[in-house]
Ligand binder design. Structure first.
Ligand SMILES: C[S@@+](CC[C@H](N)C(=O)[O-])C[C@H]1O[C@@H](n2cnc3c(N)ncnc32)[C@H](O)[C@@H]1O
Length: 255
């Protein structure tokens, strides 16, 4: 078996820890709230919906929200967060193979989750499923970062400090260091996170892999799979994508 199939995204095994790590990441939320407010209706489908980080502000604004998420523990965390909102549904499933027999006004995938589609085949399967859930006035939006060569071509095995967070169970400060190994042929970046407290070094070692998608590949995949690209934005303020952009945000329809 190749590394592509054996390397698991173990970093998504614990929803509470992931929320502890990412409590500060809120800069995309107004963007998504505005997108929902401008949609043709309230029916929203998020793919790779995680722990409900984006869902919560959307349902508070009245979205009828469905999320599809692979990690069972993340689904549980999201359900807990959303339990007082009746128009919400979290489905434990794979975004490469789903059919809800329903059309949504907005379908989106945020916070780089599209990069978990490691091959063109995965991306095509995903896009095929998305298409079945769109009507003529629906929008489909993908938000990913622009690959950064400094991040990809780091010396093998060298650790870089990534973040520090407080574990909500123990109150301890946990630091994360990261190594990465990039395969330029497959464009997949294999990332390892090392978790330490001041008492215990490397008490957990978790992994995830991300395919680096460049704008030319995104354009090809979207157009070849029948999408119309209405806008490509380079940040959450909807600046038109340019060579300085850090993000690629594709606003698409199928008509
Ligand atoms: C970076 S997290 C983003 C989560 C959430 N969208 C957010 O913004 O907080 C990526 C998510 O993709 C999920 N994921 C990875 N592969 C998936 C797949 N094939 N189908 C569904 N979810 C997947 C992971 O379990 C994880 O929750």
């Amino acid at each position: 078996m190749t590394k592509l199939t054996t390397y698991k995204n173990t970093v998504y095994k614990n929803g509470q820890r992931w929320d502890n790590e990412h409590w500060w990441y809120k800069k995309d939320l107004d963007f998504w709230k505005n997108i929902v407010a401008e949609s043709s209706g309230k029916k929203v489908l998020e793919l790779a919906s995680g722990t409900g980080r984006i869902a919560l502000p959307l349902v508070r604004e009245g979205a009828e929200y469905t999320g599809i998420e692979l990690s069972k523990d993340f689904c549980k965390t999201a359900e807990q967060k959303l339990k007082s909102y009746p128009n919400t549904k979290i489905i434990n499933g794979d975004m490469r193979d789903f059919n809800l027999n329903k059309k949504f006004d907005l379908v989106f995938i945020g916070f780089n989750s599209f990069l978990h589609l490691l091959t063109d085949n995965d991306a095509q399967n995903f896009l095929e499923c998305v298409k079945k859930h769109l009507h003529e006035n629906s929008r489909f939006i993908i938000e990913i970062f622009v690959p950064n060569p400094l991040f990809l071509h780091r010396p093998d095995g060298m650790r870089f400090s990534t973040m520090e967070f407080t574990d909500s169970k123990t109150g301890e400060t946990v630091s994360i260091e990261e190594t990465n190994e990039y395969n330029p042929e497959t464009e997949v970046n294999y990332i390892t996170w090392y978790y330490s407290t001041h008492k215990k070094k490397d008490f957990d070692i978790l992994q995830f892999s991300l395919r680096m998608f460049y704008p030319d590949t995104m354009n090809r995949l979207l157009i070849d799979n029948g999408f119309t690209i209405l806008d490509v934005w380079g940040d959450y303020y909807r600046t038109q994508f340019n060579e300085e952009s850090k993000l690629q945000i594709y606003n698409c329809s199928i008509f």
